[in-house]
Ligand binder design. Structure first.
Ligand SMILES: Nc1ncnc2c1ncn2[C@@H]1O[C@H](COP(=O)(O)OP(=O)(O)O)[C@@H](O)[C@H]1O
Ligand SMILES: [Mg+2]
Length: 258
């Protein structure tokens, strides 16, 4: 079967409601959301807090089913978590009792990758994310930026098609964050044609990284607009006239709600 035209991820008229067990109230988190992500794209979801960004990621990761509509990966309905869709969490979620190397090896171990290959993969990704010399350190010995590098290495090492990132740089200070944005671009160059689904609430971050930026409305989460960016990265978001114009529009779109 030729899947070359099939999107990596597709949401078709997806709604998600949560029901509070205590009050029996229902909350509409996503309302008729449709979009598709082409293979190899860096796809950014930008939206205010509570607009359903994490909910979308949870559906794509297969942690939860939609209430209505369909969520597809490589043309097939998502029925649960899969190695094909690796997740990098906002709070790096490392195991504190494992070293950097063992944290990165975790998914490979679960996948029952033979020890030798595992060792090579771990060494490769420690290098890719710039943590050479830190293989035997524990998470508590690392800075925030370094922990997030471990989280990224762990997600990449399992050879997924799609990497899902939920505000992965959100907990970092401004300077480390800017540095990690550049690092992320560099790291992804090592990954041939990996599809990335990336959530942020930073307009600047979206403009620096995204091939496509999908803007969500405040709750209930709906698709407001999708922007396409073809500028090469790293981008100068302060001098490119098209990006400057998008910056103005994104501010207008995001702040009109509040
Ligand atoms: N498991 C859940 N149970 C009940 N409500 C939830 C649950 N997960 C998310 N929500 C609600 O759905 C809305 C969207 O949440 P979320 O996807 O986390 O937004 P975002 O990531 O954009 O900040 C919020 O109002 C949130 O409180
Ligand atoms: Mg969130």
């Amino acid at each position: 079967m030729d899947l070359s035209g099939t999107p990596a991820v597709e949401l078709r008229n997806v709604s998600k409601t949560f029901t509070s067990a205590k009050l029996g109230e229902t909350l509409l988190a996503l309302d008729n959301v449709s979009f598709s992500i082409q293979r190899g794209q860096f796809f950014v979801i930008l939206g205010p807090s509570g607009s359903g960004k994490t909910t979308i990621l949870n559906l794509v990761a297969g942690f939860e089913p939609p209430t209505h509509g369909q969520v597809l990966a490589m043309g097939k309905p998502i029925r649960g978590p899969s190695w094909q869709r690796a997740v990098v969490f906002q709070e790096h979620a490392l195991f504190p009792w494992l070293t950097v190397a063992d944290n990165i090896a975790f998914g490979l171990r679960m996948k029952e990758i033979p020890k030798r290959t595992r060792r090579d993969k771990v060494a490769e990704y420690i290098d890719v994310v710039g943590l050479s010399g830190f293989a035997d350190k524990y998470p508590k010995e690392l800075s925030g930026g370094m922990k997030q590098r471990v989280g990224i290495a762990r997600a990449l090492a399992v050879d997924s098609d799609i990497v899902i990132m939920d505000e992965p740089l959100g907990a970092l200070d401004a300077q480390t964050r800017a540095e990690m944005q550049g690092e992320l671009l560099r790291i992804l160059q090592h990954e041939k044609r990996k599809t990335v689904l990336f959530v942020t609430h930073s307009i600047e971050e979206a403009l620096k990284l995204g091939d496509e930026i999908l803007v969500m409305s405040a709750r209930p989460g709906r698709v407001k607009q999708v922007f396409h960016l073809s500028q090469a990265r790293p981008r100068s978001i302060l001098t490119d006239p098209e990006i400057l114009q998008m910056n103005v529009e994104l501010h207008r779109l995001l702040h009109r709600d509040t």
